[in-house]
Design a protein around this ligand. Sequence first.
Ligand SMILES: *[C@@H]1O[C@H](CO)[C@@H](O)[C@H](O)[C@H]1NC(C)=O
Ligand SMILES: *[C@@H]1O[C@H](CO)[C@@H](O)[C@H](O)[C@H]1NC(C)=O
Ligand SMILES: *[C@@H]1O[C@H](CO)[C@@H](O)[C@H](O)[C@H]1NC(C)=O
Ligand SMILES: *[C@@H]1O[C@H](CO)[C@@H](O)[C@H](O)[C@H]1NC(C)=O
Ligand SMILES: *[C@@H]1O[C@H](CO)[C@@H](O)[C@H](O)[C@H]1NC(C)=O
Length: 523
Amino acid sequence: MMSSCVYIKLLFILFVIFYAESFNNDKKCAARPYFNKSVVCVCNATYCDEVTREEIACGQYIWYTSSKAGKRFEKYVSSLQYFPPSVEYQYSTLELDLNTRYQTVEGFGGAVTDAVGINWLNLTNPQLKQHFINSYFSDKGLQYSMMRVPIGGSDFSTHVYAYNEYPENDVKLSNFSLTYEDYTYKIPFIKAASAVAKTPIHIVSSTWSPPKWMKNTHKFLGISRLKEEFFQTYADYHKKFIEKYEEEGIPIWGITTTNEPLDGAAMPPKFNCLGWTVQTFGQWIKDNLGPTIKNWKPEVNILAVDDQRLAIPLWFDAVVDWNPGSLKYVDGIAVHSYMNKYIPPDILTRTQELYKNQFILTTEFCEGAMPWQQPKVDLGSWDRAVTYILNILEDLNYNLIGWIDWNLCLNSEGGPNWVQNFVDSPVIVFPERGEFVKQPMFYAMGHFSKFIPRGSIRIQVKELSNATINNVAFITPYNTVVVVLYNDKSVNRLIRLKLGIKQASVLVEADSVTTVEIPNGCG
Ligand SMILES: *[C@@H]1O[C@H](CO)[C@@H](O)[C@H](O)[C@H]1NC(C)=O
Ligand SMILES: *[C@@H]1O[C@H](CO)[C@@H](O)[C@H](O)[C@H]1NC(C)=O
Ligand SMILES: *[C@@H]1O[C@H](CO)[C@@H](O)[C@H](O)[C@H]1NC(C)=O
Ligand SMILES: *[C@@H]1O[C@H](CO)[C@@H](O)[C@H](O)[C@H]1NC(C)=O
Ligand SMILES: *[C@@H]1O[C@H](CO)[C@@H](O)[C@H](O)[C@H]1NC(C)=O
């Protein structure tokens, strides 16, 4: 016999399912399934899936679901209900507390490496190229509002290079000019993206290695240091880059103090890098980079670390301890999320407590980067989308202001990359077939980037029941409350979101990521 409790629960679930209307007024995913994994969505010159953000009437709410089973931004609308106190704790209930507020969001995005530009151009067909741009940047796509752009070459280039390689020892950088890669790949891509983005795109730029002649080793690769006689030149190198991009009509929002300095200090990879000592790093920021940039353009942000979160005590705390004068030039800390699984996020809290004026932003992550991760490009993988979802949820709940992915697209090998350091990407291009495919990771990014616009403020989520679910919540500039939920279970979950005296009941499907948007202040 059915107990009355189960009976009430069943009625409640039926009520929700009955009144939640599913609809899809967008171009749907042209799904290509991968056995035992999930689907990729195929875009060609004539067809590409789209997603629009719905304007929701007061008293209603919407949720968007993407699942391992193959849903992509499937929409459901329902009406807010009164929060029934009598059944308060019998269901998974999250209370959205608008009065407790945390960080303000800067944005979400991905990197425009040479490889991205090459793959994009290789699609050749103008409609197909436009579908790609729209998929990431337009309001029918993920609405990315940030980018990371290497200053010169990275490993995701076809060869190793820097600006002003010749003449050598040119302290005045008299021969500094942008390269073929800037004019052919990066600048046209950034312009195409900016043309469709409704929110100004904020670009973070990073140097992998300066020209060889600035380094004690006279090499792009391996453990190295900047020669002291070129400290000011390396600062000017950043200034010149910003100037040249501005001449092209592309403002730079921020620069990092060198990509992954741990590489060049102690753990040299097979690509271009630069190492520092703790002492000289702070000295360079305090005496050269900081004054050069800030006395010229105070609005350009300087981001320290730009390495795994594990490196914060070294590349921030210790750097600032040695050279306290460097701190006033640093606006924020850039972190890479590769090792997050192994490094507890408390390290972020500690830094935030010590340095209240500096923000933290994720500037790089991708799947397939670890040597044991095979294949490098794993088409249809839901597991890789889950890594993105969990990383982003954790980072946002630890007050990070945004999240920038690595390459926006790669080829089927995971390149091009001049040292074969192949990895995965949310979009893989197949120029020979006249198509690109959007991986589950693409939708994982979109569940955050599209619905949490710049200026959104994170709010507290209180767990009123013990059956919790991964979550993060924001109040947006549209005066809506946005909640992202991730169900890691292989069963559907009914989640109630309490907002004031009302509630939104949401059926979060098995193995799915769901974004809920609720207009605020509707009584
Ligand atoms: C493009 O994709 C659409 C939707 O999947 C499909 O109907 C159409 O045949 C494709 N066109 C080509 C040229 O493959
Ligand atoms: C399907 O995936 C599961 C878990 O990812 C794995 O345990 C199982 O072996 C896979 N089955 C096949 C036939 O590949
Ligand atoms: C200036 O740089 C270009 C490459 O950008 C190079 O071909 C040329 O030789 C350099 N000029 C001098 C004087 O080194
Ligand atoms: C560009 O596309 C062609 C096929 O159209 C392919 O052979 C070539 O490898 C691609 N280039 C890169 C760098 O992936
Ligand atoms: C949740 O809380 C209820 C009531 O306090 C308790 O009976 C139940 O065992 C708890 N469940 C879990 C999974 O902790």
